[in-house]
Design a protein around this ligand. Sequence first.
Ligand code: NAD
Length: 511
Amino acid sequence: PRPTAIPRAEELAELARTTAQRCGVDLAAIAGDVRTTSPINGESLLSVGWVDAKAVDLAVERAQEAFLAWRTVPAPVRGALVKRFGELLTEHKSDLAALISLEVGKIASEALGEVQEMIDICDFAVGLSRQLYGRTMTSERPGHRLMETWHPLGVVGVISAFNFPAAVWSWNTAVALVCGDPVVWKPSEITPLTSAACGALLNRAITELGAPTHLSQVLIGGADAGQALVDQSGVALLSATGSTRMGRSVGPRVADRFGRFLLELGGNNAAIVAPSADLDLTTRGIVFAAAGTAGQRCTTMRRVIAHTSVIDRLVEKVSEAYNRLPIGNPLGAGTLVGPLISDTAYKNMSNALAAATQQGGTVLVGGGRRFEDQAPNAYYAEPAIVRVGEQTDIVRQETFAPILYVMPYESLDEAIAMNNAVPQGLSSSIFTNDQREAERFISADGSDCGIVNVNIGTSGAEIGGAFGGEKETGGGRESGSDAWKSYMRRATNTVNFSGELPLAQGVDFTV
Ligand code: NAD
């Protein structure tokens, strides 16, 4: 693979400034003394200011005022705002994608894909704005109507992770806005420019359509600002995406004040490769899911559970593909694997590989570092494949880096049990041409994950389905299907048009 030169600091800083400004970011307004770096070269991009807890309180107060106005705007009219936002995203797709690449190190195609996902959720939400359906139920009493209505919930607080710095917010925001809720966003501290650009584009749509000013607010800050948002009683729904460690802190705190929470946490996603699997297709599916995004997706494939009859051939094919992966500057044409987010991420990867070896595994390919001379502060890791005999401690953990553990199985029951024998429950796949195996995997005693795929990798979900997972992944569902219900409150209505007052369950209370 041809290595692409790592761009210089001034080049990247200039690209950051111009693209942010094109999206409408007022760079002077967000300036401060916290340096942001690009994982592409490990050098400084720009400096930004961080908010304190007081600013969080003020933002929630303003959002509550916006809520009082927004909740009575008809939902299809709310949809018009999201429609305009989607148009602006389309117009600025490459600007926003460039910022994502600069701050997260995503390759150009995946960064563009992330913005496309934002446009898709806007389309979905616009349609949804005319489909916030309640049911009408048959009443047991004559002359009565029983029904449910869905109403706006209140302020939605969003906390997001670094690796989907824009899409996660848009999943929440597009749906929240049509549901009648304002959004206060505490993005990852690693991605302030992307979030400022998202906020600026939405604010432009808000101004153009004359919607309430504080419907969307972006609070650039650290975990302390996130905690302030978590504890704010004015936040009706707290939607948090990030590590299980973060969720373990957030969930109980929101529950303690009887708020609602939606958690999208870590994954440890596996693919079962059955004897009948098409190994060419399987290899392509595995390589994208395991090495794509440099292994930094919550849905990244981290484990392969392969039948003993195919494991050797599979490992050979996947290793061969890994050896050809173009690793390098994510902005360069043809690059498929960009950098890890930080030195800590690389250390975590090295430590996990050492632990895996100590626990009996063998590193078959990868694990090394590239471009160290050119960019000593950037961490380009070679995606690794580790052969293990069983699921040891390290295999059961999520290491947020491109490490793929491969292990054998004999019977499908055993493979399904292995798939489920981790604390996380986000995504899973089976590669098979045996329909009974596929059906078993997606059935009640199959995979215990929120995402269960057949003949496709674990990552790269579409927005039409509900996204999220079970167990330590947090149980939340976002994006499509009926995930909108988390952003609204349900009222059950009994309407009596009979002139009598019959009581339910035949109760007699005649005075
Ligand atoms: P992280 O947990 O370090 O940070 C996520 C966000 O939480 C940041 O905005 C951070 O400031 C904030 N935060 C951290 N501690 C907090 C606290 N105690 N209270 C309030 N806010 C707090 O995660 P990360 O390194 O940015 O992202 C990687 C992790 O996110 C991985 O575990 C990955 O699997 C997960 N992730 C999950 C999904 C999903 O949809 N399930 C999507 C993307 C990423």
